[in-house]
Design a protein around this ligand. Sequence first.
Ligand code: UT7
Length: 331
Amino acid sequence: MTKIRAAITAVGGFLPDFVLSNKELEKLVDTTDEWILSRTGISERRILKGEGKGTSDMCAEAVKVLCAKRGIDPMEIDLLICGTVTPDFPFPATANVICDKVGAKNAWGFDVAAACSGFMFGLVTASKFIETGTHKKVVVVGGDKMSSIIDYSDRATCVIFGDGAGAVLLEPTTEEFGIMDSILKTDGSGRQFLHQKSGGSVSPATHETVDAKQHFVYQEGQAVFKFAVTNMAEVSAEIMDKNNLKPDDIAWLVPHQANKRIIDATANRMGLASEKVMLNIQKYGNTTAGTLPLCLFDYEKQLKKGDNIILAAFGGGFTWGAVYIKWAYNS
Ligand code: UT7
């Protein structure tokens, strides 16, 4: 039987207009442009403004861009998976809201909560629905309104994160393109270093939890950094070995944009020159589930049919992994 693979056939993205620069952050917290740039690689990030605007609004825009590019009607989408750590509501799923906002009336959908690996976990899940032949058009969207869970008086976290969303369309192919392999991992013991303390079933929101700022991101940066730098590099090297890929065989690394130093360490471990590494952290900061599809969105025109691409991510949970893709089209 001919093997069906899931190929990315279109990419969409959305960034809010409002730019929060390092200089502006200098006015909010005790930090400097120099510190942020040298320790993270970030110059500015985008913030979603507007009463009642949530993650679904950015994701819906990204999906609309994708549909327009591919020339499809949202009614053709069979399934939409949304990776996010800032859902519009605890329930219903943001995927449902996105489907409603774009008019994907024939789609079903669900959210994937894997923090910075949310898009990647969603992508691999989606690929299985294509590979089994049951679904023909699956959208995976990764987006986060991180500004909704960031304490802008905490310099350890507010300089890092930004808002944004990106989306890809997966379609079946019997050619040697698409998602070729993946390695995904979780380690729940890492949750203590990066989480949101309250608002869930363990500690429902109360006046006290809000006063204690427990609805914001809690991160022990150095500890997360150590796990991230080791595991993202390790899993990227592992997927290369598993698929017998040498540095020369790889056209692009698409790394999660959490810290330029983590990205550099991963590229070094893989033996890749910096020209092969997608980078937009300087413009957008860490958009959590948005980083990988937004990289693809920014670099889409430079991608060529047949390019070997490695996606790599690490995030809260801990969650991490790598995906090997053979790019399926020329823009
Ligand atoms: O995407 C999800 C996964 N998350 C990550 O991968 C994030 C991983 N962690 C990191 O990227 C880095 O740990 C951070 C960027 C969060 C922090 O950088 P760092 O080099 O690890 O800094 P640090 O926490 O070790 O702090 C070094 C110093 C401290 O001062 P003292 O104790 O040496 O006097 C901090 O208080 O830098 C201070 N500091 C700051 N100074 C100016 C921390 N944040 C700031 C700041 N501006 N914004």
